[in-house]
Structure formats: C-alpha cells, structure tokens
Design a protein around this ligand. Structure first.
Ligand code: SAM
Length: 222
C-alpha cells in the first residue's frame, strides 16, 4: 500500500542557491531547443518539469522525511536535471534513461555542472513489471533495451527515493510498479504537472540490511 504524504505549498519559499537558479533556467532553455529539433515522435505539448519546485521539494524531503537509505533514482532521467539536484542535496544519485540521445544530454549536464551521478542507458522498468500495465500503449512500455538494474547491480528495492515524471495516463502504472517492487518505507516522488508534485511512502517494515553503502552490495559493472 502507498501512503500519500502532503507536500506543503510553503515549500516554494525554500531558498535555492542562485547558482542553481541560473543553471536550472539555462537547462530549461537547452531542453526546449533540443525538443524543437529532436526527430523522434514526442508527446504533444511536452512541458519540462518544474525543476525549481523539485529542488525545493527534494530538499524538504531530505530535511523532514524519514529515509531508509541514501540512494535516489530518477526514472527516465532525460537531461538528468533531477538526478543532479539529488546529488547536490547529498544523495547517491542514479538516473536511468532509454534514449541514447538523452543519455548524452544528461552526461553533458553532469559535466557542465560538475555533478557526480551515475547515468545508465537502460530500461527503468524491473523485469516482469510491464504486466502491471492496463494498456499496452503506455509510453514507458516496449523500450527495446534491457532493464538497467542488472547493469547497476541493484534492484528497485535498494533505493530510498524514486522520482518519476510519468507521461499522461501512466501515473497509476508508475505507482503500481513502485508499490510492487520498491522497498517498504521507500518514497515515490512524482511530477504530475505544474504545481502538482506528489509524494507517497510504501508502507511496511524496511530491512536495514538492504541499505548498506553501494560498494558492499553492487555487483561488478560491465
Ligand atoms: C516525461 S520525461 C521526464 C524527463 C525527466 N525525468 C524530467 O523530469 O524532466 C520521461 C522520460 O522517461 C524516459 N523513459 C520512458 N520510459 C522509459 C523506460 N521504460 N525506461 C527508461 N526511460 C524511459 C523517456 O525517454 C523520457 O526521457
């Protein structure tokens, strides 16, 4: 079961360092320019997430919520902006992205901002999770690329926070995948539209042994 957690509207008063404000505005323009010329079928009216609000929300989560570990995962990281924010807020941050063009853009973000996060070119859906979808046409489905978790040497239940920006109509699917595969106590943060960030906690008892530092759990990288 997922328990919703109220994110207070006052988080928009939280300070964001001016360097980050500038970076987030610059990357917003970079994403816009990229979308305008990308030769892929895209969701109509794609709106970039509100990165400033996400910075404020993640820093609020860091300060106010019980965390079962320090690993943060961005599902479908695109330009890796949120993975970078999480890293700046001292999470061990990982992004998974199916599109190689976007992985390249994400790596550029990390380099330009001098941020430490792992970006994996792969599928964020754990093996077997596609069966939870009620429609075969959901955009998160059918990516012809392997699940990223084996490459990472981690499972979804090794993460303390998962962030996703579901395409329209698939927010329930993302929640169901999280509910089935995440660890009890883990948090799911979703960007559901401008001014609409939502947070849930998976209920149940966490197993602290799963949240040892990464080096003690990860298998060798390929
Ligand atoms: C709505 S965009 C969100 C981008 C970014 N996370 C943000 O918040 O701005 C969804 C992203 O997820 C990626 N994606 C969708 N399904 C995926 C999957 N199954 N595995 C990996 N990436 C996926 C898309 O390529 C796209 O970059």
């Amino acid at each position: 079961m997922l328990m919703p957690i109220d994110i207070p509207s006052s988080i928009d008063q939280r300070p964001v360092p001016s360097e980050w404000r500038d970076q987030l505005e610059t990357v917003r323009l970079r994403i816009q320019a990229f979308q305008d010329r990308w030769d892929r079928p895209q969701i109509e009216q794609f709106v970039a997430a509100d990165f400033l609000h996400l910075f404020q929300a993640i820093s609020w989560v860091r300060e106010t919520q019980t965390l079962i570990g320090n690993r943060f995962l961005e599902w479908g990281c695109g330009f890796a902006v949120v993975a970078s924010i999480a890293s700046a807020l001292r999470f061990e941050s990982i992004g998974i992205e199916a599109e190689s063009d976007l992985i390249r853009e994400g790596r550029r973000t990390l380099t330009e901002w001098n941020v430490d996060a792992d970006l994996i070119h792969g599928n964020f859906l754990p093996d077997g999770s596609e069966d939870l979808a009620d429609q075969s046409t959901l955009p998160s489905l059918g990516h012809p690329i392997e699940s990223a978790y084996q490459h990472l040497g981690l499972e979804l239940d090794d993460f303390s926070i998962v962030y996703s920006y579901p395409w329209p109509g698939e927010d329930r699917f993302h929640r169901e995948v999280f509910e089935q595969f995440a660890a009890p106590g883990a948090l799911l943060l979703c960007f559901c539209g401008p001014n609409d960030l939502r947070l849930w906690r998976k209920m149940g008892a966490a197993d602290p042994a799963r949240f040892q530092p990464r080096s003690r759990r990860r298998r060798d990288r390929r």
